[in-house]
Design a protein around this ligand. Sequence first.
Ligand code: ZN
Length: 205
Amino acid sequence: MSIQIPNYIENIASVTEEHTNTVSIRLECTCGCNRFFVTSTDDKAMYKEIENDFNKRFGSKVEIRSDKLGEVQYVRRNFFGKITDSANVKEYAYPSNRVVFFGKCQQCNHNYVIYDNWKFGFDAMEKEPPIIYRELKSSTQKDHTKGVGSEVYITYRNNIDEEDLLEMKEDYPNENLSILFSEIVIYISDDGYSKKKKIYQEETR
Ligand SMILES: [Zn+2]
């Protein structure tokens, strides 16, 4: 089974190597620049941010109740007992093991999502997206390139055979199968492909 560049990244990908089950690319911004500031989600900082948002909105006097449809809600009341604010509890749930990598072009500052394990890869098909798909703020990200733009290389591998893929197409007729891959490895380099250094690897099924 061959693998193609997942279509979420193809407009900024230039192929460096291609084999039966793997394809390797170097990121190239649409402006022509190939150096990026690379950051990724930091769970601890993310949890802290959600907690702060929650405390600011509901404080310690939060009340938990179910609405008419049985959905669990956080509720805040004023002095007279009138509900002044409410939110579905799912709004403050953080999807565990979520990993997102960003690449921000050194030249034009465009910020690309270069990987999101809740959206791309085989595992993403099984995941139920959170009610609020939180935009990730820069304060909650790990900095991999320490303020200096790096080249970014990504290798995608596919383990699935043709037969399984056909089956999958039947099971998930509405899924976008061109974002699927079995494994992703992300590298950064200051000086070409041979000097690349691995910063992340994940098997997605
Ligand atoms: Zn650019």
